[in-house]
Write a protein that binds this ligand. Structure first.
Ligand code: URA
Length: 192
């Protein structure tokens, strides 16, 4: 492991990257941005959750997952028994897309930022949240409904995909699946 892989969400490399993201104009999403949404979590997280894109509240505050889905995610993190320092949260897109419609072309443009974040954070486990995050990180993965709740070692990372927290508001079945998958993850983490 190189020193940059251990750098974490602190220090000059992270600050430089965050500053670049804040002023990025590589795609049209910057035009509607109030704040770029970069990171929430510990400086040296063991687990990094990867969402899709900031919503209105995230754009307003510049922090990922602070709306309704964020509350669901935080409940899930509490269920895992994780402390604040142990996890981190990022998004594929750093700027809010209009009408919250995910943009694949912006995700491709934004991807190098995610890769640099992951390289610096160097977590033990990466948790794509939902179909877009999974397909972006691992294009060969099966659908999220098949992949969620199972560990995958692929694309240089150990991953544990989960449904997107927003999906848990759409049906009781999704909420039950979310809870079951978190319990499987908790058991996996307990085994070390
Ligand atoms: N908030 C985020 O920051 N990301 C999502 O994917 C959804 C809500």
């Amino acid at each position: 492991m190189t020193s940059s892989r251990k750098a974490g969400a602190t220090g000059p490399a992270w600050e430089r990257l965050s500053a670049e993201i804040r002023v990025c104009e590589r795609c049209e999403l910057h035009r509607g941005r109030t704040n770029a949404v970069i990171y929430r979590g510990g400086d040296h997280p063991r687990l990094v959750f990867i969402g899709e894109a900031p919503g209105a509240e995230e754009d307003r505050r510049g922090v990922p997952f602070v709306g309704r889905s964020g509350k669901r995610l935080d409940e899930g993190i509490a269920r895992l028994g994780l402390l604040g320092e142990e996890f981190g949260i990022v998004n594929l897109l750093k700027c809010r897309p209009p009408a919250n419609v995910f943009s694949r072309s912006s995700a491709a443009t934004c991807r190098p930022f995610l890769d640099r974040q992951l390289e610096l954070l160097a977590p033990d486990l990466v948790l794509p949240l939902g179909a877009h995050a999974l397909a972006t990180l691992d294009p060969s993965a099966p659908r999220i409904t098949a992949a969620a709740g199972f560990q995958r070692v692929t694309a240089g990372w150990t991953m544990f995909p989960l449904l997107h927290p927003a999906a848990t508001f759409r049906s009781r079945k999704n909420l039950a699946r979310w809870t079951d998958d978190l319990d499987r993850l908790r058991a996996l983490l307990a085994r070390g």
